[in-house]
Design a protein around this ligand. Structure first.
Ligand code: ADE
Ligand code: ZN
Length: 345
């Protein structure tokens, strides 16, 4: 095949072992229905579903808000430090099997503190699992704290205050939740403070929102990465700027399909992004809700768009060069990608 593989099965095998980083993952979005039921029972929390099948059947979304309503409801079972440890460990073990060598994980503290769960409980459980993955598998990680953009900037400021004693474990801040009507500029001051604290900055932009939100994320917030960024393609000047600056986009194909950002994976813009010189990466966003972890995202989009070996290598390389790892660690991962490629001619 002209794509550099003998068959689609050969390409899937190549993807399965290709070393990669995941840069766009909401840890609360990795809560599988089985774990949701187990935690509900352990904690005596009532959930409005009677079976795992019923939960999965409820995961039919027509837009971002549809999903978010169920996503926040699912979090109700997360109460103790062990719950956050079990949630995070399950995700890390799952992606270890997908040849993920490094993760940059989002968490939504406001989804928990507003239910009375202490900030320290959340971060304690997540970081204990991150440390265990580093010790067991040599998997590195960074933690990114997201502000919920449907809430006020004052509430984001209060969340940043709560994070201050934990900044050794928090590498950056992000912006997620309902995009339309909540432009990045709403959070200009809290992002400026996060920057002054030495934190990296990322923001969801251009998932459902217009190209103007991507400009604001760049110009008002000064982000280091754009999460999603799909709608940037509507503005050629923006595409040229993102390409020239090497700005990483954390693209999430199965999320885009499930949230109706695209009608079909054949219509997914990932190949167009790569052709335009954009530093796109492939990620799972909320894998328990969107039907697949990172390799399923790679395979789905590779099959639909007939991605070539060179395109898959570029996506894997972008995942490390777009990460917050130091250059020497990025270099070691890039060498591992080259070694995998040479071993699979
Ligand atoms: N929170 C969890 N997943 C999200 C997404 N895809 N967009 C915005 N907020 C989110
Ligand atoms: Zn997201």
């Amino acid at each position: 095949m002209s794509n550099g593989f003998a068959s689609a099965a050969d390409r899937r095998e190549f993807i399965a072992g290709l070393p990669k980083a995941e840069l766009h993952l909401h840890i609360e979005g990795s809560l599988e229905p089985e774990l949701m039921f187990a935690l509900a029972e352990r904690n005596g929390v009532a959930i409005p579903f009677s079976s795992v099948e019923e939960v999965r059947a409820a995961y039919a979304f027509s837009n971002l808000q549809d999903f978010l309503d169920i996503y926040y409801q699912g979090m109700a079972v997360l109460l103790t430090e062990n719950d956050f440890y079990d949630l995070t460990m399950a995700y890390l073990a799952r992606v270890h099997a997908d040849a993920v060598r490094h993760v940059e994980i989002f968490f939504d503290p406001q989804g928990h503190t507003e239910r009375g769960v202490a900030f320290a409980t959340v971060i304690g459980g997540i970081t204990r699992a991150l440390d265990a993955a580093q010790a067991q598998w040599g998997m590195s990680s960074r933690l990114i704290m997201c502000f919920l953009r449907h809430l006020s900037e004052a509430e984001a400021e209060a969340t940043l205050d709560q994070a201050l004693p934990h900044l050794e474990r928090i590498h950056g801040v992000g912006l997620d939740s309902s995009e339309n009507g909540h432009p990045p500029a709403k959070f200009a001051r809290v992002f400026a403070r996060a920057r002054s604290l030495g934190l990296k900055l990322v923001a969801h932009a251009g998932e459902e929102g217009p190209p103007a939100y991507v400009y604001e994320a760049l110009d008002v917030l000064g982000v280091d990465r754009i999460d999603h960024g799909n709608r940037s393609l509507e503005d050629p000047a923006l595409v040229a700027r993102l390409a020239a600056s090497g700005m990483t986009l954390t693209v999430c194909p199965l999320s885009n399909l499930k949230l109706c950002v695209v009608d079909d994976l054949h219509a997914h813009p990932l190949k167009t992004m790569l052709d335009a010189g954009l530093a796109a990466t492939v990620n799972s966003d909320d894998p328990a809700y969107f039907g697949g972890y990172v390799n399923a995202n790679f395979i789905g989009v590779a099959d639909a768009l007939d991605l070539s070996r060179e395109e898959l290598l570029a996506l894997a390389r972008n995942s490390f060069t777009g990460s917050f790892l130091p250059d020497n660690e990025q270099g070691a991962h890039l060498a591992a990608i080259d070694a995998w490629n040479r071993a699979h001619p």
